[in-house]
Design a protein around this ligand. Structure first.
Ligand code: ZN
Length: 432
């Protein structure tokens, strides 16, 4: 078996690494080789020098390592923007099966999703292991390509994305999508396929807005379901004037992927959070939620003596309503990336809600709010001389339930796990 790892062939002019991987699979099949799997690996979304979406690709094949390497190298040279300042592609080819990966490469893949890697270290490892390697520019793509080689052995939770590609002469032009067909297909296959659309806003989440070759990418847990949605919302291959009203998809490929798995999250206490990583952490609401300029909702968490700010950004839209309903004292688990000392919320679990508030008592005779009678002296009504020994507990009307809340599909990070996938430790309130 042979594993080809590819990374960083994306460019702002529209090239996309998934397209290069799909073309590579096609070319290898043309030689009579079998391609058993295409892997789409999302690396740490908090890495600063990332490509769009920080994706790396692997192709699993029985083609010889030499043939696979030459074919991949030629494709990247031909199609990637290898002269682009921010495009630093690499190809890494390993002569072993995707499951018989050296432990160091397995660890490399695990770290690539949660942490940070050094380019020089990647080049060292590739040469130590005598993998075939080609790099362009500064070859930063070697980091991701190596991670893609190790990924299948490193992770257990996999989902699928079926990506349909546009005819070349349409790249960069507005996409023609039959939205009725898309929304119907999305309804029929939910939740086997998820994040296809965003219902309340009517957004087609699966359709990219970049000038890349992708017509749409359908995600889900069931490979047949994602393929079905793709076929129902693209025209007949290569033939214009199809029954759906969408433009034709000239090709398509099924990718096995770590998207939607929360693979980027590290369990850590509030005092251990650092910029450049994503976490799952517990805390108690320490400040009333505050909507600031731009519509971002800020709130502070505490755990012991440590306080840490978290934010629900404006693009998370209706998710912010849940955050606004939090009160001081609510116990939470929050998930998200930390940057500039703030955790950017992707999802939150309400563990327990404060149900009562201590309020200054009212006078039982005149109903006016009492005044303090002095430190430790309780309260009294100045007019009626009635007294109360302390604050009283008032039942709060909470418009929030315990359980997990998430950002809507439009705001979801590729790697973040949708609640509808299940396996969470509390009731869920999925967005669809
Ligand atoms: Zn009174």
């Amino acid at each position: 078996m042979t594993v080809v790892g590819l990374d960083d062939t994306d460019s702002h002019e529209g090239m996309c690494t998934t397209w290069v991987a799909a073309r590579l699979a096609e070319r290898l099949r043309e030689t009579g080789a079998t391609v058993s799997r295409l892997l789409l690996v999302r690396c740490n979304p908090a890495v600063p020098h990332k490509t769009r979406g920080n994706a790396a690709l692997a192709v699993h094949t029985d083609a010889s390592p030499d043939l696979a390497f030459e074919t991949a190298r030629d494709l990247v040279a031909e199609h990637a923007d290898v002269d682009g300042e921010n495009t630093n592609p690499a190809v890494v080819v390993a002569d072993h099966s995707p499951t018989a990966v050296p432990e160091r490469v397995v660890e490399w893949a695990r770290d690539a999703v949660v942490a940070h890697h050094d380019r020089a270290e990647a080049l060292d490892l590739v040469s130590t292991l005598a993998y075939h390697h080609a790099g362009w520019g500064n070859a930063r793509g070697t980091i991701g390509a190596l991670a893609a080689v190790g990924a299948y052995a490193a992770f257990e939770d996999w989902t699928y994305e079926y990506i349909s590609y546009r005819a070349r002469d349409r790249w960069g032009t507005p996409r023609e999508i039959d939205y009725d067909a898309l929304f119907t297909a999305a309804d029929d296959t939910y939740p086997e396929a998820w994040d296809t659309v965003d219902r309340p806003t009517g957004a087609a989440v699966c359709v990219p807005r970049t000038p890349c070759p992708i017509l749409h990418g359908i995600r889900g847990d069931d490979p047949d379901a994602v393929r079905r949605v793709a076929e129902r919302t693209a025209g007949t291959r290569g033939e214009p004037g199809n029954e759906t009203g969408s433009e034709p998809a000239v090709s398509g490929a099924l990718f096995c992927t770590n998207q939607g798995t929360d693979g980027h999250l590290i369990d850590e206490a509030l005092h251990g959070l650092e910029d450049g990583y994503s976490y799952r952490t517990d805390g108690v609401v320490a400040t009333e939620p505050e909507t600031r300029e731009g519509g971002h909702v800020h709130v502070e968490l505490r755990a012991g003596d440590v306080r840490f700010p978290v934010v629900a950004f404006e693009p998370t839209k209706r998710f912010r309503d849940h955050v606004r309903r939090l009160r001081v004292g609510d116990r939470l688990t929050v998930c998200g990336e930390v940057s500039e000392g703030t955790l950017k919320l992707e999802k939150v679990a309400v563990r327990s809600l404060v149900r009562t508030a201590a309020v200054v008592p009212r006078c039982p005779r005149c109903a006016r709010t009492m005044e303090s009678a002095g430190t430790g002296q309780g309260y009294r009504c100045r007019d009626c001389k009635t007294t109360a020994s302390g604050k009283r507990h008032q039942l709060l009307d909470r418009d929030l339930e315990p359980g997990w809340y998430e950002v809507p599909p439009t705001a979801r990070r590729h790697i973040a796990k949708p609640l509808v996938r299940g396996g969470f430790d509390a009731p869920v309130h999925p967005e669809r």
